[in-house]
Ligand binder design. Structure first.
Ligand code: C5P
Length: 225
């Protein structure tokens, strides 16, 4: 199989919609590569914080891309993210880093600078790409596009459980407020705002568990591939 035959399954949606877990399941089921684009923005935010740059200043964040040494290693469950050869998986999932990621993600030149890195993840037999603009900007020709959504209360509860399971502390009211703020920032930014691609299949996962969403998405892919 050549790179030309490899295809993309784009999964976009807001924070806590379950797209990350869905992407992992689909990639595993189809034996596809995985791009967690949120992790790339989080890695950039972490590096920016470590260098004490102003996250809201594009001209301060942009130069970090010139020396952005990241990689993902396959782990038992998820791809393990490394920044400058250090495993930063625990730090990366913290809400403060998610919030910082949504600030660096607002800069047009930063988004542009990350395009080729994200596209380089597409290799045979194919790629499951999860994020906010996979189907709209990064892979506009993706063969399949899904937009996963769920009510904010449900998303806050899911995030809460996720953090507690990882042994991190969490507060449901704070999480809800953080998610609302992040939604607002992601949906209203001028570049690549969070929105379903015109040709995306929108899935509301509020009343579905991960197995049900995975089955729905997989059967859509198998019927249309
Ligand atoms: O998906 P995750 O919560 O890890 O993403 C962190 C932040 O990175 C998001 O709130 C969003 O602002 C940004 N992001 C983005 N475009 C993507 C993926 C993530 O702007 N494709």
């Amino acid at each position: 199989m050549t790179n030309k035959d490899a295809y993309v399954i784009a999964i976009d949606g807001p924070s806590g919609s379950g797209k990350g877990s869905l992407a992992i399941h689909i990639a595993r089921e189809l034996n596809f590569h995985l791009l967690d684009s949120g992790a790339i923005y989080r890695l950039l935010a972490l590096k920016a914080i470590r260098q004490e740059v102003n996250l809201d200043q594009e001209n301060e964040v942009l130069p970090i891309l010139d020396d952005f040494n990241i990689r993902f290693e396959s782990g038992a469950e998820l791809a393990v993210p490394f920044l400058d050869d250090e495993d930063v998986s625990a730090e990366l999932r913290q809400e403060t880093i998610g919030e910082a990621a949504s600030r660096v993600a607002r800069h047009a030149a930063v988004r542009e600078g990350l395009l080729s890195l994200q596209r380089s993840f597409l290799k045979p037999p194919g790629l499951v790409a999860d994020g906010r603009d996979m189907g709209t900007v990064v892979f506009p020709k993706a063969r399949f596009k899904f937009f996963l959504n769920a009510g904010i209360e449900i998303r806050a509860h899911r995030r809460y459980k996720q953090l507690i399971n990882m042994g991190l502390s969490a507060n449901i009211a704070h999480l809800r407020a953080d998610i609302a703020e992040r939604d607002e920032r992601d949906q209203n930014r001028s570049v690549s705002p969070l929105k379903p691609a015109e040709d995306a299949l929108v899935v509301d996962s509020s009343l579905l568990d991960l197995t049900q969403v995975t089955e729905l998405v997989l059967s859509h892919i198998r019927e249309n591939v």
